[in-house]
Ligand binder design. Structure first.
Ligand code: KG4
Ligand code: ZN
Length: 352
């Protein structure tokens, strides 16, 4: 049976709405088509604050949602009065609660207007699922798989036993890796979001083989667990920047050293988990998974141990409506519909 699912994402600073048509259960018979996919990013609005300003993000989402819906439906050749949609999927966590509520309220209004049921979606499952896709279907892989979720709010290693069956095996004790990228960028006077900026400078330092300026710590790398800590790494950069006057190309050298250190830690812990849990597939998701250097190093390291990396195209690594529509489809198949007024935002929603 074919199903059309509209996905709504507002957990952080991106307003995303996508419409997909999908068929088949989770497995090789699953197929989907993107009918419309629209996004409005608020990065320019938040750049001046060096991070997301929740009250402003909420206002922007409220303003953007009807416009983004219009764009997504137009691309799909539908109108907003009575579109052909079978279910509405909306992110109900984790994320910033004021932002999550804007998406939920919008979904409730559409659900009433169109008489279509709502299925609440976990944002992190969306990141996992979109990285499991290969064009219009699921990549061919076997469970158990390991998810490495790396974003502005999360750094987690999760064992995926089956679709929907998760076990946390480690997470960050303090800052998320994306948060560290953003804060290091800020201390170097770079723009928000910091990830792409740091990455650009680090790539330049590698290409030009700039000499090393400092050595940063690899926090918790050799500890016998799957926990992470990125606050110390960020602080080490801040301390250096406060104590030294930066000369030309110093920022590039610091960016490279920071990216090297963060990548080493992520890689080391992921490989250990692959070995211990016998996973042959690592699914990397979340905004930081757009990082070219981390992708390349992880791909290479996994190949050496006979495992492989699943990751989505970089333009879909950061938040979008498509990942929510995908998760919503599989959840709708399980009939996990919830009456609109019973859905609430949960900023710290867990996968299990
Ligand atoms: O998943 P996402 O869009 O939003 C959250 O759910 O947090 O992730 C945003 C994070 C930001 O911290 C941003 O700096 C980071 O992803 N990011 C990157 C790159 N592109 C985005 N970090 C490192 N390298 C990148 N190329
Ligand atoms: Zn995200």
């Amino acid at each position: 049976m074919r199903m059309r699912v509209l996905g709504i994402e507002t957990s952080a600073d991106d307003t995303g709405i996508a419409l997909i048509e999908a068929s088949g259960s989770f497995g090789q018979e699953f197929k989907y088509q993107v009918l419309g996919n629209a996004l409005s990013s608020q990065t320019a609005v938040h750049a001046q604050y060096g991070g997301i300003f929740p009250a402003m993000a909420k206002r922007e989402h409220t303003k953007n949602l009807p416009l983004v819906l219009e764009l997504a439906l137009k691309e799909a050749g539908e109108n907003s009065e009575r579109p052909h949609i079978d279910a509405i999927a909306v992110t109900h966590g984790p994320g910033l609660e004021p932002c999550l509520w804007t998406g939920i309220t919008f979904a409730q209004e559409l659900s009433k207007k169109w008489n279509v049921p709502i299925v609440p979606v976990n944002h992190m499952e969306g990141h996992i699922l979109i990285s499991m896709m290969e064009k219009d279907r699921l990549a061919d892989f076997e469970f158990p798989a390991l998810a490495l979720l790396v974003s502005g709010g999360h750094t987690e290693l999760i064992l995926i036993k089956q679709f929907g069956s998760y076990e946390y095996i480690g997470r960050t004790r303090d800052d998320a890796v994306g948060e560290a990228f953003d804060k290091v960028a800020r201390s170097l006077g770079l723009q928000y979001p910091g990830g792409p900026e740091i990455s650009r400078l680090a790539e330049y330092a590698r290409k030009e083989k700039l000499p090393s300026l400092l050595t940063l710590p690899r926090p918790m790398m050799h500890e016998d667990n799957y926990e992470f800590s990125f606050a110390g790494l960020k602080t080490a950069v801040e301390r250096y920047v406060n104590a030294n006057e930066l000369k030309s190309l110093d920022r590039e050298k610091i960016a490279r050293e920071f990216e090297d250190a963060a990548t080493d830690v992520l890689l080391f812990k992921t490989l250990r988990a692959v070995e211990e849990y016998g996973a042959l597939t690592v699914v990397m998701g979340g905004g930081v998974s757009a990082n070219k250097f981390i992708r390349a190093r992880l791909t290479e390291a996994l190949e050496k141990v006979g495992a492989s990396l699943l990751v989505c195209p970089t333009n879909l690594s950061t938040d979008n409506g498509l990942m929510i529509a995908l998760s919503g489809y599989f959840r709708a198949l399980k009939k996990e519909f919830v009456e609109g007024d019973k859905i609430s935002a949960n900023g710290s929603l867990k996968l299990c």
